[in-house]
Design a protein around this ligand. Structure first.
Ligand code: NAP
Ligand code: F7E
Length: 323
């Protein structure tokens, strides 16, 4: 019998790549989607006929219990969240309800319906925030700098707590930033690659950004979903940092993206205060040693390769829209 996995957040960047990976592994994949007035299945349109899509919302525990009862999974990947850091200042309560308490609702639904289900929690490098150690590893203390980061710390610790309280096979992946052509347009990598492509095609002249000095450990999303799956294949649940071990600034990101279209980024990028944050995470760089040694995980795509691929994908997409 095929294993069945439930993915929350299947319509998101990571959900779409994880669904592809699990389908390739022979899983039956159930994707939880929340009700909206328009369909937003762009990222899963190419695999939609191979997925079972079910209605549910992290804000509503009744819906979570129903999904688990109606489609009993052996693995649950909780990728759903209000995931945009900037929005977490304007919607702090919603962010807490979804990204923090949503985790408790789902863990408790699992405990109620079938405590044998294996659980993956999408934790984040944003938990390290104003970093207390460089590079950041599993033992680095947390110092979140946004309502999103605070919510993720809660989600992380409630996952650890349900593992220790009820013996759940619950693991937490502390994933550093990971990107792809499917990244939302509001995140800085995609904003830059999409912006550079539009400028190169003569559709815009400038790109307005916030803090160009911020440094991130950026990897490729398809590499990172492999680590999620590997965590749930271990006999013992645990927590892992997933990162490349390299850091780059937003400035370097701009240079690479504009180089890819033969333009000088400094002639087009404008700093706009609207994109500065009330509190910033200045530097993130992870140490993926434990993931490499225990899971056998390593990244396949490097930063220049990632940026170039994203610029090419955006250029092709925009050209297609113009036709
Ligand atoms: P994303 O593209 O923003 O996707 C988020 C998903 O969550 C979407 O499918 C969204 O559904 C769903 N969602 C939001 N609120 C929900 C609710 N109340 N109930 C059910 N579903 C809800 O995020 P991502 O980049 O794929 O990230 C996946 C997870 O990893 C998130 O938890 C994120 O916080 C975490 N994370 C991401 C990174 C990264 O660099 N990408 C790094 C560390 C951790 P709609 O499509 O309906 O909006
Ligand atoms: O910002 C700076 C910004 O929004 C990266 C989420 O997936 O990764 C992501 O969170 C950096 C920040 O990602 C702009 O100030 C400059 O320092 O792409 P971002 P994020 O905040 O790091 C973590 C790991 C997650 O868990 C989150 O879910 O870039 N920056 N100018 C800008 N950022 C944006 N968005 N827009 C700008 O114009």
């Amino acid at each position: 019998m095929a294993k069945r996995a439930l993915i929350t957040g299947v319509t998101g960047q990571d959900g779409s790549y994880l669904a592809e990976l699990l389908l390739d592994q022979g899983y039956e994949v159930v994707g939880m989607v929340r009700r909206s007035s328009t369909v937003n299945f762009e990222r899963i349109a190419h695999i939609q006929d191979r997925l079972t899509l079910v209605a549910g919302d992290l804000l509503d525990e009744v819906s979570l219990i129903a999904v688990l009862r109606d489609h009993p999974p052996s693995e649950v990947y909780n990728l759903a969240a209000q995931s945009f850091v900037q929005t977490s200042w304007s919607q702090p309560v919603l962010t807490g309800e979804t990204t923090a308490l949503g985790v408790t609702r789902l863990l408790d639904a699992i405990r109620t319906v079938d405590p044998e289900i294996r659980y993956y929690q999408a934790s984040s490098s944003e938990m390290f925030g104003k970093v207390l150690e460089v590079p950041q590893r599993e033992t680095t203390p947390f110092y979140p700098r946004s309502p999103y980061g605070v919510a993720k710390v809660y989600g992380h610790w409630i996952t650890v707590n349900y593992r220790e309280s009820y013996g759940l096979h619950a693991s937490s992946g502390m994933l550093f930033n990971h990107e792809s052509p499917r990244r939302g347009l509001e995140f800085v990598t995609r904003k830059v690659t999409h912006g550079a492509a539009r400028i190169a095609l003569g559709l815009d002249d400038e790109l307005r950004l916030g803090n160009l000095d911020a440094q991130r450990d950026w990897g490729y999303a398809a590499d990172y979903v492999r680590a999620m799956w590997l965590m749930l294949q271990q006999d013992t649940p645990d927590d892992y940092v997933v990162a490349t071990g390299e850091t780059h600034s937003v400035r370097e990101l701009c240079q690479l993206a504009f180089d890819a279209v033969g333009l000088d980024w400094e002639k087009h990028v404008v700093v706009d205060e609207r994109f500065l944050r009330p509190a910033e995470v200045d530097l993130l760089v992870g140490d993926p040693t434990k993931a490499r040694q225990t899971l056998g995980w390593c990244r396949e795509v490097d930063f220049p390769g990632l940026v170039t691929t994203m610029v090419e994908a955006d250029t092709a997409m925009i050209r297609g829209q113009l036709r």
